[in-house]
Design a protein around this ligand. Structure first.
Ligand SMILES: [Zn+2]
Length: 487
């Protein structure tokens, strides 16, 4: 049975753009040969992912109560497995006094301490479940850009489930099987492998072209623009910072791109309102936010109502907890904890993923009943603390630069409790008064005791992951203090 809607073939036939007609053979190969036949044949994992996707699509159209029932049963199954087969959690459950019959549910889960990145680093071997063959597991790592990389092991079930959920997320956001997709992506894991002939063939069949966000100098962005004009993608999937940088480049060069045709999917980083506005203005298509990480896959995805991001509740049980009390909260910012329901090889239970966001029980007008992440406020390292202890979201600093011409790129770094460094890449029409206006905006929130230094640089390199960070804090977030937030 094919998962591809019939309307796709009509859309392809109707494309009138000459540039698109030139490459139509590839569209047809991707839609009619690759996804229904070759893709499931290439790997049993792909076949399994398509099957899971169809089951999940049926399950997620149910009522919230129905989805929660399936989620609770998946959670119970995971906790039962861990109590028998996982040394790390067996101890943790015993210490928290969890009883199988009564406590293997969301209420019992809340009695467990969060799982931190330090736990993952220090208890790696004890977190691997007993009786799983390590040869069949895939190693993954994450967090290189925040300076505390974690390694973990994932089983084939997780890989198939997360591929299925990625397809569901893409379908919510303007992509479908056979559509042309451009990836503005920097991870060597995803893009670097395209150097092999097999990977290039697979990208051809999937109708995907990759553009390296590791390397986004002016000349490279000019080349991306020319290639994308020829390729005419339906979608661009990009890191939030990469697509924002690309939009700023186009604005400065006074280019009005005629691509993508449908949507931009922004992922892997916080997409601020200012960034979204600038990207939508430049490309003239809606931007959809997607929240996911290598550790746990796609957690939540925005639908076309843009009223928040729908949680993928069959894959994860997500909580937001208060910074100070650790209690679960709704409609207020707190730390996001994720319990991954699909990886039994190295389970992640109440994993503190390092992000701050707001959860709500409100329903989305689109009719999907999955819970919403109302707002993602960023990584905890995106927050800056003023000398008086005020917590300020990095988005504020993006706003401070908004609308000033002559600044190609910037980065705001909190070096110490009172020292802040602003790196600026000037463009040809740079005007010094712009910088004074920016300084004034920054002083408004940091106060007079802040030492603000500007530094002009030729370029701002991306982190090893290929992501660009606009705000970096080198000091830990204070916990246990009263604070106000501003964004
Ligand atoms: Zn919705």
């Amino acid at each position: 049975m094919s998962a591809i809607p019939e309307t796709r073939s009509v859309e392809i036939a109707e494309r009138g753009n000459p540039a698109r007609r030139r490459c139509q053979a590839r569209d047809l190969i991707s839609l009619y040969l690759n996804y229904p036949i070759l893709f499931p044949m290439r790997k049993s994992l792909n076949r399994r992912a398509l099957e899971i996707m169809r089951n999940k699509l049926n399950a997620i159209v149910g009522t919230r109560a129905k989805i929660e029932e399936v989620q609770r049963s998946r959670l119970r199954e995971l906790l039962s497995f861990c109590s028998l087969r996982n040394p790390f959690y067996r101890d943790r459950f015993r210490r928290a006094g969890l009883r199988e019959k009564l406590d293997f549910c969301p209420e019992g889960l809340a009695q467990l301490p969060p799982l931190t990145k330090v736990d993952l680093q220090e208890s790696f071997d004890r977190l691997v479940s007993e009786g799983v063959s390590r040869e069949r597991l895939v190693e993954n790592s994450s967090g290189g850009s925040t300076g505390d990389p974690v390694n973990l092991l994932q089983d084939r079930n997780f890989l198939a489930e997360s591929l299925a959920t990625a397809f569901i997320s893409d379908k919510m956001q303007g992509w479908d099987f056979g559509a042309r997709r451009a990836l503005l992506w920097g991870s060597p894991k995803d893009c670097g492998r395209l150097s092999s002939a097999k990977a290039r063939l697979s990208a051809y069949l999937n109708n995907e072209n990759c553009y390296d966000s590791f390397n986004m100098g002016i000349r490279e962005m000019q080349r991306f623009h020319e290639e994308l004009t020829r390729f005419q993608p339906d979608n661009i999937l990009a890191y939030a910072s990469s697509i924002y940088l690309f939009a700023r480049f186009q604005k400065e060069a006074r280019i009005k791109p005629n691509y993508p045709l449908r949507s931009i999917i922004s992922s892997a980083e916080t997409l601020t309102d200012a960034m979204r506005a600038e990207v939508e203005e430049c490309f003239g298509v809606p931007v959809y936010d997607r929240y996911g990480t290598r550790e746990v896959g796609t957690i939540a995805s925005e639908c076309d109502h843009h009223a928040g991001l729908h949680l993928h509740m069959l894959d994860h049980y997500a909580e937001v907890v208060d910074f100070e009390t650790g209690q679960g909260i709704w409609d207020k910012p707190g730390r996001i904890l994720v319990t991954l329901l699909t990886n039994y090889a190295m389970p992640l239970i109440r994993y503190d993923i390092g992000d701050v966001g707001i959860l709500t029980e409100d329903f989305c007008p689109c009719g999907r009943s999955a819970l919403l992440v109302k707002k993602l406020l960023g990584r905890s390292s995106d927050f800056v603390v003023s000398p008086s202890g005020r917590l300020i979201h990095g988005e504020y600093f993006t706003h401070a630069f908004y609308g000033h011409r002559g600044i190609r790129q910037f980065q705001f770094v909190q070096e110490t409790a009172t020292l802040y460094l602003v790196r600026v890449v000037k463009s040809a029409d740079f005007q010094p008064p712009s910088l004074e206006a920016v300084r004034h905006e920054i002083e408004l929130v940091l106060g007079q005791n802040a030492e603000i230094r500007f530094e002009f640089v030729e370029n701002i390199p991306s982190a090893r992951s290929g992501k660009w960070r606009f705000t970096i804090s080198k000091i830990p977030l204070p916990v246990g203090q009263n604070r106000e937030t501003a964004s």
